[in-house]
Design a protein around this ligand. Sequence first.
Ligand code: MSP
Length: 637
Amino acid sequence: MAARILLKNLQLIINMNTKNIMTGRPKLDKVLQDLQKNPYFDKYSRRIAELQSKNPDELVRRVEHQEAKIKKEKGPSVISFTNNTIKAKLILKCMRSLDLHLRYYATNAYENKYISTPIFYVNSGPHIGHLYSAILADAIARYNSMREDKVFLSTGTDEHGNKVEAAAMNSKLSNYEYCSKVSNEFRKMCDLFDVKYSHFVRTTEVTHQETVQHFWNVLDKRGYIYRGKYSGWYCISDEAFVSENDVTETVNSFGKKIKICEESGNPVEWTEEVNYKFQLSKFQNDLKYWLKNEKAVRPSKFHKILSKWIEDEYILKDLSISRPRSRVPWSIPVPKDNSQSIYVWLDALVNYLTVLGYPKNEFKEYWPPVIQIIGKDILKFHGIYWPAFLIAAGLEPPKTLLCHSHWTIEGKKMSKSKGNVVSPFEAANIFSEDGLRYFLLREGVPQSDGNYCPKTVQNILNSELADNLGNLVNRCVGRSLNPLGEFPQPKGLENVLQSEAADKLKKNLESLNVIASECYEEFRLHHAVDATMNTLQSANQMVNYHEPWKLRKAINNPEACDQIKAVISLALETARIAALVLYPIVPKVSTNLLNLLNVPRENRSWQDTVPTYLSSSEKMETKNVQNECLLFKKIRD
Ligand code: MSP
């Protein structure tokens, strides 16, 4: 409501002013709309309106100054902004030059995209849940790269804290040796499964430790850290204080009454200590502004959860961001106070800045992250603490947190104690790396838990990758139907086949690129796969309908020849487009298929997912293809 009134004021003042920076009414409306989308709009609109009314010349001067500066900085690429976006940015920049401590949002002004995975705890090795976080990020990164954005993908390992130290102790290695060993397993997992990271960070690296300490100093200088006393229920295994409401009483195996954390089931103990606190309570409004944008947290289920949490004063209480060093020695010390260790979550979250070289200016090239992938168990840390820390440090919070649910094993939570942890390495021995990627990304739905069951994996891979995709390609490139190994280019052949089956396929094929890109943009990867599989199925039906193997017998009949060519051409065109659309999901299988079809590297971007027969270019030459291929080996019992 307040925002609406302010918006009206601003509109009035801008309209009244003769030296108006915006000319036409529609333009003004659009700029205001853009501004309104900014979560901090209502915070600053009064100031702009004030400046506009008191000193319009000054406002115009600042806008012009910023305009000139942006033009100089960005050169001709400014043209790619809409005019209104530039104006919106300019006004936001003006607000900043008013020293308003502004955290502004740019509207898709840059094509650089920073995407991150959470960093993995090294207290145990990788499992398929970790792999899922990593390949989800990788698939989204690959899709954006295909759209020709410059993508930076970060991942790494989270190596501090008591749990890690305890695991190191068990392994009889030094803390650092142990961390290196497990960190390498995560790196190996990423490499093996084609998670194409730009930077793999380790929180035990000196650079990261320096970045964390620098970040601490920034928060401190800005006045958000104070020394305080903390008392509460502390859960050693979870390394977190637990709210009174989440503590419950139970009886242990010795019949003794104990308090436990309701969520994790781990014991808690009453703890009183002196430590440093972060003024989280001051950021409730900022978090609300950030969450005003529905895209800030996806899917909407998690946006709703977070929106409730930020109303909870207990959750937004000032946060302890250090622990006595005696209690958590395996961690980064607080600058200038060796008696305290930095809270492991503050340490871990800062990894997202370390990888970009923060505080060096170069980090701005990719800041803020466009998509941060996280699991539902770490939503509070990323949806409350992280944006609050960033805003406190004068940095923009992430544009989108993509929160996914968990994998269960045959309906049960994965846990070491249940002995049901699935190693990605072992699963890949049976299903292959791309097979596992395919299953997890095809069956995983961010909003609800997925179930991993080897029989289901086998069935899905056999029917979809081996049969639907593999068989289509095999029969069209095989010697019996295609002795010369040719991919006749579809342009000019697209109307040879007069059948419902061919029409249906063309319809599917022509819409696949739009449907799939919508799915990727909205993080519904499983729907992108569905649409591709439907199209491949139509292609198989088209081949079955035209029975080209029978036409081969009438090889001297030119019409039959044309028909065979047209069937092969349309089927392989479907395979080509399917390979491109599936590339973010199964990069190895797709690359093999594109190589087999002789598709040049420069023709493997998203814009190539449109059927070539629709393009205005000249008829293309027939291409040679390999006669034999094994795209995906059927998995036997
Ligand atoms: N170290 C923290 C993250 C710090 S990020 C600044 C952490 N590490 S973790 O190794 O426990 O989890 C890493 C990712 O794996 C998280 O996104 C988590 O949700 C995900 N998964 C862990 N178990 C999972 C499943 N069973 N299923 C799917 N993903 C799960 O949390």
